[in-house]
Design a protein around this ligand. Structure first.
Ligand code: AMP
Ligand code: GLY
Length: 423
């Protein structure tokens, strides 16, 4: 079966790498892909939000399945467009993708089925938001309601900073239309975990737990990024906690989406804060996480293509998920300066040396080919991912691999997975 994968990040390289292992896979096309996905299939020069061109391509190539990596095409209705053209597509409909694309909708849905989340208010006018924040003497979290490339969230310990953040988003429009509406919520305390599930409308299969590292600096300091590293499993999420999360988060929200007339199919990703009062939802994403996908898929032993097809056909109960018991750690190597301005076009060397260590895959994110070299083309450049007999061993191997890879100005956190070691 030929497959079209949409997207171009580290997540898509990991999905392409895993799909490549399927016995049923024929040609894999990736639109637009990167230098890493080109190792697993054929890159196609179509922008990941050009839905008409993607449908046309999928139809012309008679692909058996379209797999959507990022949120933007999902929120733009790419799955609806494929299905209307009688092409099987993995991911939620445009209406269901609102769970990520509209944080006010997500809050509304969570309230409707009593899923635990931070108390929140929604504002369309800056003056109202300002008055509300000023009336409270507590830390607040300001969130652009729309899609802002994972960056539209500001955690403010001082309410005055909250007002400034709201002004930047609503008045200065630093995230454009995504910030016309904001959500102001209470700051939650605890450690974070990401739980992803395959959902076929009714059946819910939780994947192994993982933990992202959002801030740029060691010890979770500095501004938030798209994610500087991840590991799986996250020891703070015990089996009992997984069952609680399934029962108290996934089951009610999937039911609520059905009742709302927006049934959910695809990956559902819950970003959770493990508070002293139990797990509470920080956000939903409607896709695989980046970089969590890299360690998660490195541990998945089942055939990903079979699982994705089972989700599309609403027969997820016919497949089983098998996991490598060994943990995996992914260290993101970023361009110096990221998440602010950074330079591109730096030659990358050492990827093969790193992978020669064994049980290591260097997933590529912001890379492109230039005169026979692989060069940097984005903020997050590589996700160096390693398996190990325990987290400490996986971490040691991942950093050993990182040491073999070079490009000018490369930056990575040095403490990925240390939180797990402290557990
Ligand atoms: P989100 O994109 O909504 O997951 O937010 C990005 C990051 O902001 C999360 O991973 C958390 O670190 C932080 N965050 C979001 N909401 C809250 C909250 N209510 N309390 C504390 N931290 C939060
Ligand atoms: N790792 C967070 C995200 O994919 O949004």
């Amino acid at each position: 079966m030929d497959v079209l994968l949409i997207g171009s990040g580290g997540r898509e390289h990991a999905i392409a790498w895993k799909l490549r292992q399927s016995r049923r896979l024929g040609t894999l096309y990736i639109a637009p892909g990167n230098t890493g996905t080109a190792r697993c299939g054929q890159n196609v020069n179509i922008d990941d939000t050009d839905i008409a061109a993607l449908v046309e391509f999928a139809r012309a190539k008679k692909v058996g399945l379209v797999v959507v990596g990022p949120e933007d095409p999902l929120a733009g209705g790419v799955v609806d467009a494929m299905v209307a053209a009688s092409i099987k597509a993995f991911g939620p409909s445009r209406a269901a993708a609102q769970l990520e694309a509209d944080k006010a909708f997500a809050k509304h849905m969570m309230r409707s089925c009593a899923v635990s989340t931070a108390e929140a208010r929604v504002f369309d006018r800056f003056s109202d938001a300002k008055a509300y924040i000023a009336s409270r003497d507590e830390p607040v979290v300001i969130k652009a309601a729309g899609l802002a490339k994972g960056k539209g969230v500001v955690v403010c310990d001082d309410p005055a900073d909250g007002i400034l953040a709201a002004e930047k988003i609503m008045v200065d429009k630093i995230y454009g239309a995504a910030g016309e509406r904001i959500v102001v919520e209470d700051k939650l305390l605890g450690e974070e975990a990401s739980i992803l599930a395959f959902v076929d409308g009714h059946n819910i299969y939780l994947m192994e737990s993982s933990q992202d590292h959002k801030p740029i600096g060691d010890g979770d300091t500095g501004p938030n990024t798209g994610g500087m590293g991840a590991y799986s499993p996250a020891p703070l999420v015990t089996d009992a906690m997984m069952q609680k999360i399934s029962r108290e988060v996934f089951v009610p929200i999937v039911d609520a989406m059905n009742r709302n007339g927006t049934p959910y199919k695809g990956i559902l990703y819950a970003g959770l804060m493990m508070t002293s009062g139990g797990p509470r939802v920080l956000e939903f994403n409607v896709r695989f996480g980046d970089p969590e996908t890299q360690p998660i898929l490195m541990r998945l032993q089942s055939d990903l293509l079979e699982i994705l097809l089972a989700v599309c056909d609403e027969r997820l109960d016919e497949v089983t998920l098998k996991w490598d018991p060994r943990p995996a750690v992914c260290v993101v190597m970023a361009s110096g300066g990221y998440p602010e301005a950074y330079e591109k076009g730096k030659v990358i060397t050492g990827i093969e040396d790193a992978e020669a260590l064994g049980e290591v895959v260097v997933f590529q994110a912001g890379t492109r080919q230039q005169n026979g070299d692989i060069v940097t083309a984005g903020g997050r450049v590589l996700g160096v991912t390693a398996l190990g007999r325990d987290i400490a061993a996986a971490k040691a191997r991942a950093y050993e691999a990182v040491a073999r890879v070079h490009f000018d100005g490369a930056y990575c956190r040095r403490d990925i997975s240390d939180k797990a070691l402290r557990q």
